[in-house]
Design a protein around this ligand. Structure first.
Ligand code: TXA
Ligand code: MG
Length: 667
């Protein structure tokens, strides 16, 4: 005798519990499946709960329950899945759209205006749920959706047709960019690619194993698809275009990194409702405002000054191009210093304010003298003793120096660097090279070629990779246009070294002040927010024991009050070797084990030069790791520590905590 709906439901629920479903899931699945088999909605099913099933209905339902027992996903049995309120058709063999993927849809929609036609590309479109949701919300959107799987393409075709958007979305079967015309550009590219690692594949719930492996498995570390897609996506994007990808919740930092390497900027990671990293977004560089043409940036690894490609690089500079190159301090962005059009490009590429003058780099003492209006005995003796090296002198300018190099001042800054590759490049160019640090204005200076690519990839002609910079902090600047001379920016050439040559130097109190607004400093560059990562920086001042106690407390309290402490991301700790050694072991191990925190050992407190050498890289790494707030340990303000503290104070905007020996804050 056929059962009532109620009986069929209870039996099914029992069978599902026996098959390993949680009570609650079993009840919901049994109810949903019964409603589907009887073609009733949930409410109607309840109203008719005591009606008898027909023989045919009863058999159909039992067969369907059997499929659920073997953990086949409900969506494959019913042939449909709800996605943000849309009834999406799915078939076995096609990935089932997940609710979490709505984060990708929402982030994409927030970047597409309703009244503007846009061209979008979806890579790995599966059932077509994502591009369908976008097309329905944005009537002027035109799209291309690519998937390798013919079955997915057919399913997507059907979904687009049912919602009447087939006209605007073209479907292409192929692997990533293989079938896409290389001359087509898009305003927005998005993808929910396979990103599950080999280790995670083994732990997947049994229902997921029904879904197609090629839509899930992202290679050994889960990152294969990002590495394949992102560089090509960058090339295929229009200027100002953006790329959005869904990620696994632990992949935020790693995927950001791949974005950065591909040349994207303005990188951001967005969370799902559970607070886990879910979507990474990056933009192609260049803005319409600046009318910057995007170029493909050449990247040459050059390890010795005799490399013949340096002659070619010198030619590029002489011809008006932009070439980033290593110096012993930081990477510089070089242009012909006697050509004001070439120099103008530096300001555009960096987004640098026009009132901030540049340093001219020379490869000989005579080269320096030729740029000065007046070369006095002080300049001569400093040059003889400290050049070539990390020191810049400001002197009165010769009349032929372009106005934009000087930012209208009647002085000029000159530096004779010691890095052999820099010297070979200047000689090859045959002109003084105007070069600020090769970063986007306001970002930490680059100490590795990859930092330059992150900021300026696509905007300049060439990056010369000569390895990490030896000093890692910008040159000391001494102003010799006044008497006694004044240090405008501390660097690794110390005040003591300069004093021993010139006898007297005016104290410059502004060097240790964060304030950028008051009276205009003499090195105009020092007034801007500088050396700053995305996350706010707080300096911890105290003995290593005290800093360790304080940091321990922050780390242990972190999980409990993460949001309050860090805004969004995890905390970052830039601490001395000594302090790391004193940290509570469990906490410091957690840093490395779970990447719950970002930590960097800045070297010994006794060696501020080491700290200076690592500082900018650590600040940039913090950004890549998704750090929401940085705590950095202070060093002594003497010798080379002066420069380190100057940069830290500017990066922190003056946010400091002074600690008593017991780790408590001073009032
Ligand atoms: O180590 C360095 O000096 C690096 C490498 C590439 O050589 N260059 C560098 O450049 O740090 P930049 O542009 O990031 O910083 C130059 C600083 C700015 O603060 C600027 O205001 C100052 O030098 N400056 C340039 N010309 C000046 C002048 N005539 N008078 C006063 N300050 C000047
Ligand atoms: Mg700079």
């Amino acid at each position: 005798m056929p059962p009532t709906a109620r009986m069929a439901y209870s039996q099914a629920r029992m069978r599902l519990v026996q098959a390993g479903y949680q009570e609650e899931d079993a009840g919901r699945a049994a109810r949903d499946l019964l409603a589907f088999c009887l073609d009733k909605d949930g409410l109607k099913l309840l109203l008719d709960f005591d009606d008898k099933l027909s023989q045919e209905e009863a058999l159909g339902f039992i067969a369907a329950v059997g499929r659920l027992e073997s953990h086949e996903p409900m969506a494959y049995i019913t042939g449909k899945q709800d996605f943000g309120g849309l009834d999406i058709m799915v078939s076995p063999g096609v990935l089932i759209p997940r609710q979490d993927t709505m984060v990708l849809v929402e982030q994409a929609l927030s970047r597409i205006r309703e009244d503007e036609p846009v061209r979008i590309l979806e890579l790995g479109s599966g059932s077509g749920a994502v591009i369908l949701a976008l097309a329905l919300a944005r009537p002027l959107l035109q799209g291309l959706a690519v998937d390798v799987d013919p079955l997915a393409i057919r399913t997507a075709e059907e979904n687009l047709r049912r919602f009447g958007v087939s006209q605007r979305i073209r479907l292409v079967q192929g692997s990533w960019f293989d079938e896409i015309d290389e001359h087509t550009t898009f305003d927005l590219i998005l993808s929910n690619p396979p990103y599950i690692s080999a280790a995670e594949m083994r732990g997947l719930p049994s229902s997921v194993k029904w879904e197609p492996e090629k839509a899930l498995y992202g290679g050994q570390d889960g990152m294969d698809a990002y590495r394949a897609i992102l560089p090509a996506a960058y090339q295929a994007l229009a200027i100002d275009g953006c790329c959005l990808v869904e990620i696994g919740w632990k992949q935020g930092a790693a995927v950001r990194d791949v974005f950065a390497k591909a040349g994207f900027c303005k990188l951001e990671v967005f969370c799902d409702d559970g607070g886990r990293d879910r979507v990474v977004v990056g933009y192609r560089t260049g803005t319409r405002d600046s009318c910057m043409e995007t170029k493909k940036t050449k990247y040459w690894k050059i390890t010795y000054p005799g490399d013949p490609r340096l002659l070619e690089a010198g030619q590029m500079i002489r011809a008006g191009g932009l070439v980033a190159f290593p110096t012993e301090t930081v990477y510089g962005l070089g242009a012909n210093g006697l050509d004001d059009t070439a120099v103008g490009k530096i300001f555009t590429a960096k987004g640098r304010p026009a009132d901030n003058p540049l340093i001219l780099h020379v490869a000989s003492l005579d080269g320096a003298k030729a740029l000065a209006g007046n070369w006095d005995a002080r300049a001569q003796s400093i040059a003889e003793k400290l050049w070539p090296g990390p020191l810049t002198m400001v002197v009165s300018a010769a009349s032929h120096i372009p106005g934009n190099v000087r930012a209208g001042l009647d002085t000029v800054a000159i530096r004779y660097p010691s890095e052999p590759i820099a010297l070979a490049l200047i000689e090859a160019a045959g002109v003084p090279i105007a070069a600020p640090s090769a970063n986007i204005s306001g970002r930490p200076s680059p100490t590795k070629a990859e930092h330059v690519m992150e900021d300026l990839g696509g905007k300049i002609d060439l990056v010369i990779d000569g390895g990490p910079c030896k000093v890692g902090i910008e040159s000391t600047i001494i102003d010799l246009s006044v008497d006694p001379p004044e240090i405008l920016r501390p660097g690794s050439t110390t005040r003591e070294a300069l004093l021993s040559i010139v006898g007297e130097i005016t104290d410059n109190e502004r060097l240790m002040q964060a304030d950028r607004s008051s009276s205009a400093p003499k090195a105009p560059g020092m007034k801007y927010r500088h050396y700053a990562p995305a996350a706010p920086v707080t300096i911890l001042i105290g003995e290593p024991e005290a800093v360790a106690v304080y940091a321990d407390r922050l780390m242990q309290g972190y999980s409990a009050s993460a949001a309050a402490l860090t805004g969004q991301g995890k905390p970052g700790f830039l601490l001395s070797e000594e302090t790391w050694g004193m940290l509570h072991r469990d906490a410091s191990q957690a840093i490395w084990a779970d990447r719950m925190y970002y930590g960097c050992s800045m070297g010994s407190r006794a060696k501020p030069a080491e700290m200076g050498n690592r500082l900018y890289d650590a600040l940039r790494e913090s950004d890549k790791e998704g750090v929401g707030r940085i705590w950095a340990e202070a060093c002594m303000v003497e010798g080379q520590g002066v420069a380190v503290m100057n940069r830290l104070i500017k990066a922190s905007g003056g946010s400091m905590i002074r600690l008593r020996d017991n780790g408590e804050e001073w009032e």
